[in-house]
Design a protein around this ligand. Sequence first.
Ligand code: HEC
Ligand code: HEC
Ligand code: HEC
Ligand code: HEC
Ligand code: HEC
Ligand code: HEC
Ligand code: HEC
Ligand code: HEC
Length: 477
Amino acid sequence: MKSKWFVTLFGAVPFAAAVIFLQSCGGEGGPINGGNGGLPSVTKEFEALLTSNQRNASYVGPQACAGCHGDTGDHWEQTMHAEKKVTCERCHGPGSVHVSGPSKDNILTYPKVTNSVVCAQCHGPIHSQWTFSQHSKFISDPVEEAVLDPARYGKSSRCVACHSGLFRTQVVDGGVDIPNMDDEAIRTIAEHTLSDVPQVANCATCHNPHSNTGNLTDDGKEVQLRHKIFNDDISKVGPGATAASFTTFDHICAQCHNGRGTNPADNRLEAGTARPSMHDSNQYNMLMGFGGVEGSGPVIRNTAHANAPGQCSKCHLPDSRHTFTVSYDKSCAPCHTAADAAARIQSTKGEVIDELLALRYLMENWAAITFGDRDLWDYTSLITAEGKTPPDQTLVPIEVKRARHNYYFVIRSGDYGAHNAPYAKHLITIGSQNMQRASSGAAQGSSRQSLSFDQKLAILEADRARARDADKLAWDE
Ligand code: HEC
Ligand code: HEC
Ligand code: HEC
Ligand code: HEC
Ligand code: HEC
Ligand code: HEC
Ligand code: HEC
Ligand code: HEC
């Protein structure tokens, strides 16, 4: 697999060495344990997390903790943090009171210790990058739903497993079996998320604070990642995968960015006619090339992108930059120059968008001829949302159901061919072929060539938003 990495387009250029950013001054004052060894001081934001029982405590050093928390101490000993004297108390706060009367109320612990403020004391620049990313933001709806109906939004839909960094850390990575949790436990974690750590994915979600994990970066560095950065075993997230396997998939990004078991088999398409079966999170499926209706001929599943050793992190964390945005000069090297990458993105997106619109036009024409209304090709709840009455779905041939699955599959991934251009194009081609069959070869091409790029994109993004709304309606019912 990895040998493809060396098939580069412009010759191998060494990667820029990853740079560690540390804040030179972590804020004012704060108690220091026998000299802070050049580490930044404790911050006010961190102190604000401490309980009143702990405010007057003093620092006792890691040996004092090891006596009772031996395992954690042993693991921590192996880490870069131990080497740099980042002791237990730098994250858990001063421990003298706790040591003389251990309780969860006199030491900083779950849930508040998972707040990124703890790490920001020293990793200021990385923390600021992260605050620019969607991961530091919060989509409250799925978590609020889990407070109201934990059995549904916690256990069966597992919304909180991907939309609450805290839930993922404590429950999913804590190895707790979700279906066996009682509703009250789910509700409590969802409430803690809303009140204490309203973050989709924070430092402690991705990094194990105590242990080296062996999940190395693409250049072989141990950065205590909870999951692998490279995993090409798609069976755990493939069509029909159980909620348990796609929620716990061992991949630092695809544990959340997967298609949630989306299934393109004909019988599933016949059964699921209300809304698209993939979530907006199907980027891993797209990168690896699985989850669309592929037809019976040869399938181009991968580009070299899926085989880059860092997979998502290669492009989305160049030089460990935690905004999770790509940069053409750093992410795409050594395979493309920045100019080549930019040009390829522009032409690929243009082509994919045109082809998607052409496919949409085929579906519209089919609906106009069959039902006298161009909008009736769509999933039923999306039609209902437009104030129209959807046709009986037994009157919609399987070819149309395949085409609309592929249409939404490409749109919802949101990258318009950047991740896996050959697969995206293949799915659109299969969709178009199916529409030709449904229309007995009478299908017409697109009439939208005169629109600007932005106008075309707006049509597709509107469909993506409609699909999201259909998801929302489904859980509001
Ligand atoms: C004398 C034994 C002892 C020592 C020493 C000790 N702890 Fe504890 N610690 C405990 C016990 C017992 C609990 C569980 C308290 C409870 O469940 O109410 C605990 C709980 C904790 C928790 C919360 C765990 C959870 O499940 O939420 C943290 C964090 C913690 N200790 C950190 C430390 C740190 C850091 C030190 C060193 C400064 C330390 N402990 C020293 C016995 C000790
Ligand atoms: C870099 C920050 C950091 C350091 C250093 C650190 N912890 Fe933690 N600790 C955390 C975070 C964040 C959590 C909650 C997330 C989790 O459970 O993985 C946690 C959870 C815990 C817990 C409760 C959950 C569990 O795993 O049992 C205990 C007990 C604990 N730490 C003890 C310690 C001790 C003892 C040390 C020193 C040997 C230490 N920690 C060093 C950040 C840190
Ligand atoms: C008191 C300061 C301090 C705090 C608090 C702190 N770190 Fe660090 N961290 C460091 C230092 C120092 C290094 C070593 C950097 C170097 O010199 O290469 C480091 C290294 C790391 C590394 C790279 C490990 C390696 O082997 O290169 C990771 C990942 C990391 N920290 C994550 C975290 C997370 C997550 C938290 C919060 C749970 C946290 N840190 C809290 C100071 C801190
Ligand atoms: C397998 C992980 C996973 C599960 C389970 C999951 N989501 Fe998501 N969801 C994501 C990811 C990842 C995104 C972001 C995709 C993107 O931005 O391209 C997302 C996006 C969303 C959005 C759109 C956010 C926006 O920016 O407008 C909503 C709303 C949403 N999810 C609601 C839910 C609800 C409700 C549930 C439960 C019924 C749920 N999700 C279950 C991973 C998941
Ligand atoms: C969504 C997952 C994710 C989140 C959230 C996250 N990280 Fe990371 N982090 C990674 C990955 C992946 C890498 C390895 C990137 C690479 O390949 O260089 C990394 C690398 C690092 C490194 C090593 C940097 C180096 O130059 O070697 C540090 C330190 C670090 N993260 C700290 C943090 C801190 C602090 C936060 C919170 C503000 C955080 N991370 C949040 C995934 C994450
Ligand atoms: C705990 C679940 C989780 C993990 C782990 C995770 N993400 Fe996300 N990610 C999300 C959710 C949910 C959103 C959408 C947040 C929103 O819209 O507010 C998101 C948003 C994003 C976005 C922004 C999308 C946009 O619409 O602008 C990017 C890019 C991204 N993630 C990449 C990554 C990468 C790369 C990794 C691995 C290093 C990763 N994510 C790990 C859940 C996760
Ligand atoms: C070859 C580089 C590359 C790899 C590998 C890659 N991405 Fe991307 N990704 C991109 C580019 C480029 C875009 C931006 C497309 C654009 O210009 O809008 C993007 C866009 C995204 C978006 C935003 C989509 C939106 O809603 O706008 C998310 C989320 C995302 N990627 C997540 C991931 C995840 C998760 C992985 C791993 C499974 C991954 N990416 C792997 C290059 C990559
Ligand atoms: C591991 C090497 C590697 C990395 C890193 C990489 N690419 Fe690629 N990319 C390739 C290869 C190989 C192809 C296929 C080239 C071909 O078929 O001509 C490709 C194809 C593409 C395509 C499809 C265009 C076409 O001509 O079919 C786009 C778009 C693209 N890359 C953009 C990017 C962007 C943007 C980045 C960085 C964010 C990136 N790539 C990172 C190796 C890479």
